[in-house]
Design a protein around this ligand. Structure first.
Ligand code: FAD
Ligand code: EGU
Length: 474
């Protein structure tokens, strides 16, 4: 069957233009809300079945950290309160040392926090929100096979094995890190693309409640930094924690039996064994193979006035800044701002979106990769505590001059590439400050040695008596 939803009338308004959103994940579902709100006819195509009907959901990670950028994007379509009310605030990180000591480090000032949100619930809420617009249609079990850059026709494979060809005025590729929409971009001249798998994999484990209560303090992002190995735990509404273990694939291969799992945890995360439960640990560790993590960068994000990439399809980032979804949500917000500025003229909006957004998405991809390298090379709990302490202290002393990088990234909408620039500038200022101090000490000592002041030649005892005299009130 062939369906042509597109309009050939160039003067047609958003009212009768069709936008095809490919991918009904987090970014696709949010994008559907944005385009529907503007008055477009929206067709969402998602390869999976409707997750709102499915009994078991196969997610990548059960929860995610939602921060300012993501919240601002949700707010614009009236979804912030719904999502925030089901999120668990995390005001601080809780650093777990090898000896079991727990040290909290606040994320920011009082009242500044990030939220642990359930991925499946977030996706469901956004799909339902998109569906409240009468102009939106959700097409599940529609897998995009290919599309034509000449005609814009998309070919979908349906659950029953039949194929369907569909056209639209605009194709929005939100089909994730392994985007099928992006395949056609790769065939274009002057399209840049890079993809890097990191040597680490991740595994998710559930920490159940104890006596109906959270097994650890709930309003924290729990972190076990162990150089090459790292674990992170975020709280869920059902009083469980989802723990994510990061380690090199080589190391995963070295742990093949239940006893080896316990031995490994005994060595690196001993405090978690009783909390997860030794038996559950032995079982859950092997439930799924370790998952890979990929970083994808490309540019441009658009192809003529026909197609645009957003979310992981445009920029998959490694999860070491908690920004993948937040950046994808901000993509939707930025696109919407440009639609306002340029009167929904796709031939102007798409290139402008690429111009504005590529430097920022590339910056967060680089930052996340940088943090991955830093964490795995030398970040143990002491180093982590020290670094955050220095960051926070400098910010306290010079609140306008020194703003920690994670603060700009997590709690502001400072453009990612501006945040990086500012960070480099701050580093220079701090280093020059330290250099000044060091230079004064060295220079001062030299001058003291070279030109010793004329001091009366008195004994230590005499000096002590005089000092005592200074202290006395009379
Ligand atoms: P996806 O969520 O991958 O959705 C893509 C959708 O497209 C899917 O529904 C898929 O079924 C569909 N699809 C795929 N191919 C086709 C096709 N051919 N036809 C039709 N549909 C198709 N981000 C944060 O902000 N905070 C965090 O704390 C955080 N933690 C993370 C932890 C881990 C371990 C990982 C791996 C990622 C984390 N992220 C986090 C990143 C976040 O998960 C992603 O950035 C986000 O899911 C991207 O959303 P998306 O909609 O672009 O892609
Ligand atoms: C990784 C996996 C602590 C969820 C980066 C911090 C993450 C998250 C940090 C995952 C870390 C690392 C930051 C936030 C967040 C920290 C951040 C990482 C959520 C620099 C579900 N990271 N993450 N940085 O500052 O800015 O606390 O799986 F361990 S939230 Cl790797 Cl703010």
């Amino acid at each position: 069957t062939t369906m042509d939803y597109s309009t050939n009338d160039s003067k047609s308004t958003s009212k009768n233009k069709v936008v095809a959103v490919v991918g009904g994940g987090l970014v696709g579902a949010l994008n559907a809300c944005y385009f529907a709100k503007r008055g477009f006819q929206v067709e969402v195509f998602e390869s999976r079945e409707d997750i709102r009907q499915a009994k078991i959901v196969k997610g990548r990670s059960i929860n995610l950290a939602l921060s300012h950028r993501g919240r601002q994007a949700l707010k614009q379509v009236g979804m912030e309160d719904t999502i925030v009310s089901k999120g668990i605030p995390m005001h601080s990180r809780m650093i777990h040392s090898l000896n079991g000591t727990q040290s909290p480090i606040p994320y920011g000032k009082k009242g500044q926090y990030i939220l642990s949100v359930d991925r499946a619930n977030l996706n469901k809420e956004l799909l339902s929100a998109a569906e409240t617009y009468s102009t939106t249609k959700l097409n599940f079990a529609h897998k995009l096979l290919n599309w034509s850059t000449e005609t814009g026709a998309m070919t979908f494979l349906r659950a029953d094995g039949t194929k369907e060809e569909i056209q639209a005025d605009l194709i929005v590729g939100c089909d994730g890190a392994f985007s099928a929409i992006r395949k056609q971009f790769l065939r274009q001249s002057r399209f840049n693309f890079s993809q890097t798998y990191i040597p680490h994999g991740y595994l998710e484990l559930t920490m159940p409640p104890i006596n109906g209560e959270f097994a650890m303090k709930p309003n924290y992002l729990h972190i076990w930094p162990r150089n090459t190995f790292m674990m992170i735990a975020l709280p869920n509404l059902d009083k469980t924690f989802t723990c994510t273990l990061f380690m090199p694939f080589d190391e995963f291969e070295n742990v093949t039996t239940g006893d080896q799992v316990i031995e490994f945890f005994q060595k690196y995360f001993p405090d978690t064994i009783p909390l997860i439960g030794a038996d559950a640990l032995k079982r859950d560790y092997f439930r799924l193979p370790a998952q890979a993590m990929v970083s994808v960068k490309c540019s441009p994000y658009h192809l003529s006035d026909k197609c645009v990439l957003m979310g992981d399809a445009a920029h998959a980032v490694v999860p070491f800044y908690g920004q993948g979804m937040n950046a994808g949500f901000e993509d939707c917000l930025v696109f919407n701002e440009i639609m306002d500025q340029l009167n929904e003229d796709f031939s102007a909006v798409l290139p402008e979106y690429t111009r504005v957004r590529v430097p920022d998405d590339h910056a967060i991809a680089d930052l996340a990769m940088y943090n991955y390298v830093e964490m795995r090379s030398h970040v143990n709990s002491k180093w982590f505590l020290f670094r955050k302490y220095v960051d926070n202290t400098l910010h306290m002393i010079m609140p306008r001059t020194v703003i920690p990088l994670y603060t700009m990234v997590t709690f502001t909408r400072t453009r990612y590439h501006e945040a990086v620039k500012r960070w480099h500038w701050q580093d220079k200022v701090i280093n020059q400050g330290l250099l000044c101090v060091a230079a004064s000490v060295v220079g001062g000592s030299y001058l003291l040695v070279r030109y010793p002041p004329n001091m009366p030649n008195i004994s230590i005892e005499q000096l002590w008596t005089r000092l005592q005299a200074l202290k006395s009130p009379f």
